[in-house]
Each structure stands twice: as structure tokens, then as C-alpha cells.
Design a protein around this ligand. Sequence first.
Ligand SMILES: [Zn+2]
Length: 236
Amino acid sequence: MQVLGEAEILALWERGLARHPIDRGLLLYAWARPDLPSSSFPDLPLGAINRALLRLREICFGPRIIACIDCEHCGTRMEVALDTGQLLAGINEVDTPAEFEVSSLRFRVPCSRDLAAVSGELDINAAAVKLLERCCLDRPEKMDAGFANILAEAEAAMENLDPAAEINLSVSCEDCGHSWLADFNIGTLLWDEIDVRARALIAEVHSLAQAYGWTEPEIFALSPQRRAAYLDMVGV
Ligand SMILES: [Zn+2]
């Protein structure tokens, strides 16, 4: 896996800016896995994408993550320190669609294509049932109980087969004492970091181009020390 250089960060940012968060995750995955055909990405288990993005994050910005989480009870913002190594530890490698059986029906674990298909559904439970229906490999002519009744069992099987698909953090609010499982999305976090970095780079290029007339490639070719010195000279 290659480190993202400054020019690559800007190029990825430019391509991902107008995309849906699911597509941004796949865009970042394409950078992380240039050895795989991009046409297969939407069908990969979600955990495979998340694991690759955690590794990409580690290579580009280091293993330490400070995640900002708002208490779901009182709204207090907390900073939670995470480590990519700890998040990756003990997670099964599932790169091929894994299958399981519940109530004599076969299912596969969800992929990005499934998430995109249910992303317009506002009701979380309805979205989960739709997702399960999509992941059913059998087509029952009639389901008396419906997919809703086997949802909990199926979700447990999915989590067991592809634990990195949904990363939950056990957090406790320091203000009100409320404890809950917070959803941690590495794709969103990594995109936000790339967005911050890209906008900072554009501001640096803008200042130096304005002062010295240099082009973007010329500015990127400067060593970090020289660039910082010139930015100091122009008062940034
Ligand atoms: Zn709270």
C-alpha cells in the first residue's frame, strides 16, 4: 500500500468531493488496493473495505486516531483516543462473500452495493430488513414470519462472519454517565482528514503562488522545511 502524497491527496479530494460517502469509501479503497479490479469493489464485504481503510489511515496519518463523539443522551462532545492496530487486532480476514444460514435460508454478508440500495430509507429498522432481504440467497415464495423476525439472529451471524463491517466503540459520557455503543466509520473519518489536508494544501499553494508566482507542482516539490520557511516569509 502506497502513502498518499500531496498531489494524490488533492486528486482524491477533487474526485470524491461530490460523491456519496459510500462511493468515497470505495474511492479510497481503490487507492489502497490498486492490485484489484475496481468493478469488484461494490460487491466486497464491508469489513474488507474497512480493514483496508484502517491500514491506509495508519500509513498516511499514523496509527493514533482521536475520534470526536457526541453523547447520544446529553450531546456533550467527547474525544476518544483509538489505535488502528487495536481496531484491526483479532478481526477475521473476509475478502470473499461469506455465507450463513438462518431459519433454513442462506444469506451472504452485506456489501457497499447493498448499503447504497438502502441508503434512502430513513427508518433504521426498515433499512436493516431491506438489507437482509437483499442478502438472502434463496428466494422464498412465501415467508410467513417475514425477514423482520429473523433480523437479530441474522445480524449476529453477519457480525460474527465479518466483524469489521460495523465498528462499534464502547463509550461512557463523562458528564452524564450514559454508556452506549457508538458507531465508528473509518471511511468518514479518513475522508474528513483528507478534506482538511487538501484544503490546507490549497491554502498554502494559494499563498505561495500569489507571492512568488510558483506553480502547484513547483510548490509541492519544495521540502517541508523550505515551504514552511517561505510561508513564514509571506506571513502565513
Ligand atoms: Zn452525556
